[in-house]
Design a protein around this ligand. Structure first.
Ligand code: NAD
Length: 421
């Protein structure tokens, strides 16, 4: 089996092959600019020492300081972190933010940690990566199993080490520490904005205007997507977290599920609906399948068993590249991750701007920025898909490459701009 990074690069190559880009860009994106490998020695609550592997990759900084989340998960590898950093490079370019792409991760099962252990790991990560990150260099954010609290610990640790208050070093912070209104909901909300914008292009998805949705993942991204979709009159017919799938063809009660998930931490505690194993959501009968958990969940084992007409990739890389053609042949349209989940980084950019100048934007200003930026990218993806008669993913990557290409050329060749850092 090849690496995740080489599979992701194959998708990029497809866009390169279709459209005539500057070949130097292909060289520029062939390998990550730099990857930091870390060991995080951690004192556990029982007094024992454990060592966790961790990484931070800055894939490319052509367009600006690098940006990307830090995840805590026990499947994290250097290959995954580098692949996700490439995706961030493309995503920031697609939505035309002044950011390059990065990603970080700690190989740890966050569910097994106490709050104090999580804090020690978060602070140790910053101590070890302090020279790699910074407000004009690399700006981390939350990702799987990290959120406002982890960002608060991290920004605090960075402040201690640098002896400066630098809230612009991290985004996704609590409001009290310079976080932005709208950041928590931005990824899910943005995914729904993208779906709404592309509905006409996607064609007939279901029998009625109310779409039947199946959603894998009921965390930050998944839950806010469902909230926006249900508010707009669509129906949630199946949803899964890491333990269970809950389904009801007549529609699930979002408020009830949300309350149980918040109070008890798992959908397994919800009563009154048909429940099944966590992976059952992937083959649920629905109009739109929303992937909002982890990578590689649609693969050669299940790609021909899907019962949906379209997929929204809220998670990063939830479909393995090897099944792209099969989905196209089966008439399943995919709204790709670099567009569908770009809401998070768009509002992170808004937060970074606010933290740099010490201002707070109103919720409506943040919302307008999110909608305008995302819809502008959606328009460009649509027109490229129509112009070249290509799928939405290839169109989105091509659109990102075109902006990166302009950046690369603008840096000039006289002084040979090559990874200034
Ligand atoms: P999260 O930790 O808040 O939620 C993840 C959810 O996935 C949880 O409900 C968990 O139970 C569920 N899950 C885990 N394994 C599962 C499995 N095998 N089957 C079903 N459900 C499973 O994380 P999040 O922030 O919502 O991120 C989810 C995805 O969205 C990730 O791929 C992340 O990279 C991507 N994303 C998040 C953001 C953001 O702003 N949070 C931005 C861009 C992309």
């Amino acid at each position: 089996m090849g690496s995740q990074l080489s599979s992701a690069r194959a998708r990029v190559k497809r866009a390169f092959d279709l459209i005539d880009f500057n070949p130097e860009l292909q060289q520029e994106l062939a390998y990550p600019m730099e990857t930091l490998s870390l060991n995080l020695p951690t004192r556990m609550d029982d007094g024992s020492r454990r060592d966790f592997k961790a990484w931070r990759c800055r894939y490319n900084s052509t367009l600006g300081p690098t940006k990307g989340g830090i995840r805590f998960h026990d499947t994290v590898t250097a290959d995954e972190v580098q692949t996700l950093a490439l995706l961030m490079t493309l995503k920031c370019a697609l939505v035309r933010l002044p950011f390059g792409g990065a990603k970080g991760g700690v190989c740890v099962d966050a569910k097994q940690l106490s709050i104090a252990e999580k804090e020690r790991i978060a602070r140790e990560y910053v101590r070890r990566a302090v020279s790699f990150i910074g407000p004009d260099k690399d700006i981390p954010a939350p990702d799987v199993a990290t959120g406002e609290q982890e960002m608060a610990w991290m920004v605090d640790e960075y402040g201690r080490l640098s002896q400066q208050q630098r809230p612009d070093t991290f985004t996704g912070k609590p409001i009290a520490l310079g976080g932005s209104f709208g950041r928590t909901a931005a990824t899910g909300k943005g995914g729904f904005i993208a779906l709404q914008q592309l509905l006409e292009y996607l064609g007939d998805l279901g029998e009625s205007d109310a779409l039947r949705l199946a959603v894998q993942g009921f965390g930050n991204a998944g839950r806010h997507f469902v909230e926006a979709a249900v508010a707009a009159g669509h129906q949630l017919v199946a949803v899964a977290d890491s333990q269970v799938t809950i389904s009801d063809k007549d529609g699930l009660d979002f408020e009830k599920l949300s309350k149980v998930k918040t109070e008890q931490g798992s959908l397994a505690a919800v009563e009154g609906y048909q429940s099944d194993d966590a992976s059952a959501v992937l083959t649920a009968d629905c109009d739109v399948l929303v992937l909002a958990a982890l990578g590689d969940v649609i693969n050669a084992d299940n790609a021909d068993q899907l019962n949906c007409r379209a997929i929204v990739e809220l998670a990063n890389g939830p479909i393995v590249p090897a099944v792209d053609e099969m989905l196209i042949d089966n008439g399943i349209e995919v709204i790709p991750d670099i567009l569908a989940n770009a809401g998070g980084v768009i509002v992170s950019h808004a937060e970074w701007c606010q933290s740099r100048v010490g201002l707070r934007w109103s919720e409506s200003r943040v919302d307008s920025y999110l909608i305008d930026t995302l819809e502008d990218a959606g328009e460009r993806v649509l027109s490229r898909a129509r112009e070249h008669d290509i799928d939405l993913r290839t169109a989105a990557i091509a659109e990102a490459l075109s902006h990166l290409c302009a950046g690369l050329v603008a840096h000039g060749t006289e002084e040979d701009y090559i990874s200034q850092g």
